[in-house]
Design a protein around this ligand. Sequence first.
Ligand code: APR
Length: 172
Amino acid sequence: MRITLVQGDITVQHVDAVVNAANSSLLGGGGVDGAIHRRGGPVILAACRELRASHYGEGLPTGQAVATVAGELPARWVIHTVGPVFSATENRSHLLASCYRESLRVADELGATSVAFPAISTGVYRWPVDDAARIAIGTVRAAPTRVTDLRLVLFTADAYDVFERTLETEGA
Ligand code: APR
């Protein structure tokens, strides 16, 4: 698997699947969630509502992932995953790792071989970027997956720099 860092907007990535940093309602929000729904169009929300009506009556639990169509996005699918909110008192690292692992498992089920991830939980959910990078890179590196093109898409130069440093050190 090739891991590449991209600085930019995840909604323009030409990959099979784009991962959304969703919330458990699956009904949209700000950040990545807002960008994906805005650019992807109403079909994504309609598919999310269908998921809520069928399998996820209580919402998508933190750390789990589920796929929908991608509407107007260049990607074929959106894989929605719910990251943990950062806590200084409770170690929720396993839930953040689960977002990456479960998203790759869903990608494999779809037959997606190229996947773009945002820096899950590092925005509204306030996870420190350096720790999120360590968890993200460590988890995707260890994941048994058929994904061959994995992109970590960072919105800001600062986040890109943190992930780049982590990729170099974690790779050592
Ligand atoms: N492309 C790539 N990355 C983006 C984009 C984008 N278009 N927009 C924001 N980001 C980055 C942010 O800078 C941050 O580093 O994605 C990372 C995750 O931030 P959020 O989108 O806020 O996601 P998260 O911290 O997981 O919080 C999820 O926020 O938007 C709501 O509905 C969402 O309730 C959920 C919560």
